[in-house]
Design a protein around this ligand. Structure first.
Ligand code: DLL
Length: 433
């Protein structure tokens, strides 16, 4: 099924013709309306009229997360605040998060992206969509909400957590579609079993999942647990949120909405474009966004693009599932952060040595994060109450800096392996690649 067949099945030539027109318009719009782009392009001596073909996009400098942070809060907006009807923001940092602003038209377009994806999965106005993504500054809740409502489905905006209630509503409301992060989906299945329900009999027809790294094996387990197909959704706050790319029912890659985003794959070392079917860093450009058009954003997500025709009939290119990051960003319990933030918090605690290791695991399908920190010889000989106090202090500082609660373990002085090269700070046992 198609939501907007004319668009979703355009010929490649038509797509490219549309993209160059939209790209030229966007570059001129950003240059005229956003001082950041005006300054940057003037410094690089590249101007809107230099963009004559899609290949010319390579003449433009990249935009990075740091550029967006420096524009905090609203300096990347291309319109006045009175035209912005909604704001979202990335999770994690308490310093300067990335802000994303949407005009009414942007919200309309965002809904379209997800309406397309959900329709392909067979969702109609007859479905009940239980949306467990967080509602708030995170884009997951509202993005999926708008898309599901657009097609007239009944949305249950339960948001994240309250697992027993999730199970109760799955049963009582007879939800037919569950929107989850893969790890939370598996957790719901497990708790359901503990509560005496068989998740396979709950009547779910479809699962939509995304927002964090996952493996094919996890997808398989999710599908087996609920006896329903599970489809991948990709997106990021900076570009819009979920829906930048959505997997079709063939489960063979995610179709990028090429009428809204122009994708490139680059070699993250050289910054040069790589050919199709080659793995590298995904770079995205908003070619249809009023509130905050971002040009050549380095996502740091590792994937490849495939332009072969897809059996589903859609012609937009497909990206592979994300297989890694080019930086050390971690996503744990849906919160994105960098190990350097943990270090920053630790350095504020004078009683300990800044030797630490972060261990991430996924027992029972839910992320767990443990921080092992070396205590000083002096502290180590102190009484237990002092140790507990310090441990709680570390935990509080980290919650403040990173936004999540970590389990802190104080270990013996000199027990964390020293490294002569780049220290291995993070041990991710989740096996996500
Ligand atoms: O996670 C948007 C989203 C919400 C996508 C709900 C899908 C469903 P951010 O919080 O800004 O936005 O995080 C974006 O999460 O750069 C990837 O590293 C990672 N990510 C998002 N979707 C996937 C996915 C939302 N399907 C960052 N597979 C991105 C793997 C994903 N990683």
């Amino acid at each position: 099924m198609f939501w907007d067949k004319n668009t979703e099945c355009m010929e490649r030539e038509e797509i490219n013709e549309m993209q160059i027109i939209k790209l030229q318009k966007t570059v001129k719009y950003a240059f005229d309306k956003i001082p950041y782009y005006h300054k940057k392009y003037t410094e690089c001596e590249v101007f809107p009229e230099d963009i004559q073909s899609l290949q010319d996009i390579e003449k433009l400098p990249f935009t990075t997360k740091d550029d967006l942070r420096e524009s905090y809060p609203f300096n990347m907006f291309a319109v006045d605040l009175d035209e912005i009807i909604e704001i979202h923001s990335s999770s994690g940092t308490t310093g300067k998060p990335v802000v994303s602003g949407y005009t009414r038209k942007d919200i309309h377009n965002w809904s379209e992206l997800l309406a397309r994806g959900l329709t392909d999965w067979g969702i109609t106005s007859k479905d009940v969509v239980q949306n467990t993504h967080g509602y708030g500054l995170f884009t997951g809740g509202f993005g999926l909400h708008y898309g599901a409502q657009k097609i007239g489905a009944t949305v249950v905006p339960i948001s994240t957590g309250q697992t027993r209630r999730q199970i109760q509503l799955l049963n009582d409301f007879k939800s037919t579609c569950l929107i989850v992060t893969p790890s939370y989906g598996l957790y719901i299945a497990e708790v359901a079993k503990e509560e005496g329900f068989n998740p396979q009999d709950m009547g779910l027809r479809v699962i939509g999942f995304g927002s964090e790294p996952w493996t094919e094996e996890m997808r398989q387990r999710l599908q087996d647990s609920f006896n329903a197909p599970a489809y991948n959704i990709y997106g990021l706050t900076e570009m819009m949120g979920p829906g930048v790319a959505v997997e079709c029912h063939k489960q063979n890659g995610l179709h990028i909405a090429e009428d809204f985003f122009y994708p490139e794959i680059i070699d993250s070392e050289t910054g040069k474009q790589l050919p199709e079917n080659t793995t590298g860093e995904l770079v995205l450009t908003n070619i249809e966004r009023e509130g905050m058009p971002i040009i050549r954003f380095r996502t740091k997500d590792v994937t490849s693009l495939n332009y072969d025709s897809c059996e589903c009939g859609r012609t937009f290119c497909r990206m592979d599932r994300i297989t890694g990051r080019t930086d050390d960003m971690l996503k744990v319990k849906g919160v994105a952060f960098f190990p350097s933030q943990i270090e920053k918090a630790l350095l504020k605690v004078t009683e300990i040595e800044p030797h630490y290791q972060v261990i991430i695991s996924r027992p029972n399908n839910l992320d767990e994060i443990e921080l092992q920190v070396e205590s000083t010889p002096q502290l180590f000989s102190d009484d237990v109450t002092t140790l507990i106090k310090i441990r709680d202090k570390i935990s509080d500082y980290i919650k403040n800096e990173v936004g999540i609660k970590v389990k802190v373990t104080l270990v013996e002085p000199k027990s964390i392996k020293r490294s002569t090269a780049k220290a291995i700070r993070v041990i991710d046992k989740r096996n996500l690649h």
